[in-house]
Design a protein around this ligand. Sequence first.
Ligand code: ATP
Ligand code: PAF
Ligand code: BAL
Length: 285
Amino acid sequence: MHIVSSISALREHLLPLRRAGKTIGLVPTMGYLHQGHLSLVARARAENDVVATSIFVNPLQFGANEDLSKYPRDLARDSAMLENAGVDFLFAPTVSDMYPRPMETVVDVSSLGGQLEGEVRPGHFAGVSTVVTKLFNIVQPDRAYFGEKDYQQLQIIRRMAEDLAQPVTVIGVPTVREADGLACSSRNVYLSSDERQAAAIVPKALDEANRLLAEGITDPTDLEERLIAFLEGEPLANPEVVAIRDPDTLERLTKIAKKPVLLLLFVRFGTTKLLDNRVLTAHLG
Ligand SMILES: Nc1ncnc2c1ncn2[C@@H]1O[C@H](COP(=O)(O)OP(=O)(O)OP(=O)(O)O)[C@@H](O)[C@H]1O
Ligand SMILES: CC(C)(CO)[C@@H](O)C(=O)[O-]
Ligand code: BAL
């Protein structure tokens, strides 16, 4: 595995491979890797001749009061994991490699990115869309892999690639979970042991939603309110986003009809925010 930090060096490596007709799969990450990341890498490995993974904690997507400086980092451990998973290139730029001067250009998928997690984290998704566009331009992958755990992010990237005719196929990969159902996430390491135990309420809320749908609930607001109450049954959980939406457009629904619906959760434990979601189908009989 080559470990490369400069944009020009990575391009020099990839150009002859692309010219020789090799397909390239990209897995963008912020590092501190876990089994969720490795499932993206395994999928990329199975579908491409060349696999590149990026590790970059992107300052553009962190708000002023967020955890940019304390975000967990361990490049030595990450590179051993990626080498083991058969990755060809690890692109690990510094902030000045990626942004030699302040960015003037912003890619913003504005209405998809301004709602839900975007309302709690203003500017976050513009930071994500901008860095992902830059990574697409640097690597020019045939395929790029993103986790369904970050469902809103995945829909934004799909829409961005379509709107801007970016020549890449965006692939969503199912969420990998811990034994108690909690979605693997780099930020899980922030949880105290009490919070970690309590966090199992998040995936349980996905099951609870299906149970309520099977009982015949059809009003999205009623369902959201019952799920907030369910989550608040756990004293350490602070639900910030509990939303029933259209799975494709993320639009609000007035009624739950005979179509799958998306449940998006963004729940805080102390200062740690956890994401989860499921496309619910229990009401379809
Ligand atoms: N449990 C998971 N299963 C599958 N993919 C995942 C999982 N967790 C993260 N990913 C995906 O890995 C990619 C990189 O994510 P990132 O490095 O931000 O990790 P993360 O665990 O989501 O971190 P954080 O805790 O900061 O949200 C994203 O496409 C993300 O959706
Ligand atoms: C897609 C991404 C790597 C962009 O920084 C990040 O948002 C993430 O890890 O999900
Ligand atoms: N995977 C989410 C990236 C972030 O929270 O910044």
